[in-house]
Design a protein around this ligand. Structure first.
Ligand code: MBD
Ligand code: FE
Length: 279
């Protein structure tokens, strides 16, 4: 005996329901337009459904959104209205892992000897508009090694290597000892989205980047990425997400324990967070 239950709903909130109704109407109208314009055939419809089923099975829908430059479009339109001096955001991507080690500044993220060039990344977290230091901000950082591999794609890296939640000091300052990341290839996790890129004759490379999620009390959280000046893929990111204001410039330096042929670099980047409205 089962109690009567209401049928499943995506949402029961009236405002969200109205938004859903309008979005679906518009999306279906656009799909019908495409079917007419492209004269989509039944075999093509079946092939499309097979492809999308594979994308879902492989959990690559966000990656599909990324490589069609849909994610960065949503990001850019979302931020344009109310920038207010805050650091530009960027897409999260599929390689974030929650629960990485919590570390006080100065922090070390590199726990594998892979011959990569060392990078000392430092800066300050401040409030957008006023420039007031934000005490105790957390920077959740994740990146690849110089060969373009995230820790969970590389048996030679220990768990959570090149990942960490770095606690800034009382003046919002942070300093992170890591490695220079390398360009990333979507082939690394080679699923249906990589197959699509290949079929289209598109390359699958992202410029080297460092992901950052910045959060602090009374401030809006920020998800962004830093890019490396001089990277050959800066002008041709497969997901189209490079923003010039997010490019850092590593300069040669000396760091303890770094000997030739390894090189050492230092780069600075400050992060400005919006205060929460009414905070
Ligand atoms: C990545 O490493 C990434 O950051 C994004 C956004 C998409 C694919 C791979
Ligand atoms: Fe990434």
């Amino acid at each position: 005996m089962t109690a009567a239950t209401s049928p499943p709903h995506l949402t029961t909130d009236p405002e969200t329901t109205e938004r859903l109704r309008r979005c679906v109407l518009r999306a279906v109208a656009a799909a019908h337009e495409l079917v007419r314009e492209l004269r989509l055939t039944e075999p093509e419809l079946h092939a499309l459904v097979r492809f999308l089923t594979e994308v879902g099975t492989a959990d690559e829908f966000m990656l599909l959104s990324d490589v069609t430059h849909t994610s960065i479009l949503v990001d850019t339109l979302g931020q344009a209205a109310d920038a207010g001096g805050a650091t530009s955001s960027n897409v999260e991507g599929p390689l974030y892992r929650p629960g990485s080690p919590v570390l006080d500044t100065p922090a070390v993220l590199d726990h594998a000897e892979q011959g990569d060039d060392a990078l000392l990344l430092s800066g300050r977290v401040v409030e957008a508009g006023t420039g007031t230091p934000v005490a105790g901000a957390i920077l959740d950082i994740w990146q690849t090694n110089q060969r373009g591999l995230y820790e969970n794609q590389d048996a030679a890296q220990p768990e959570h290597n090149l990942r960490g939640r770095v606690r800034c000091d009382a003046e919002g300052r942070y300093e992170v000892r890591t490695v220079v990341p390398g360009p990333y290839r979507i082939a690394t996790s080679g699923g249906p989205v990589f197959a699509l890129l290949t079929s289209l004759g598109r390359h699958d490379t992202r410029p080297a980047h460092i992901h950052v999620k910045a959060s602090a009390q009374d401030h809006e959280a920020l998800t962004t990425q830093l890019f490396i000046a001089g990277d050959p893929w800066l002008e041709d990111d497969v997901i189209g997400a490079v923003k010039p204001e997010l490019v850092i410039t590593p300069r040669p330096t000396e760091l303890p324990g770094v000997v030739a042929p390894r090189r050492a670099f230092a780069a600075g980047f400050n992060i400005a967070l919006r205060p929460v409205a009414g905070g």
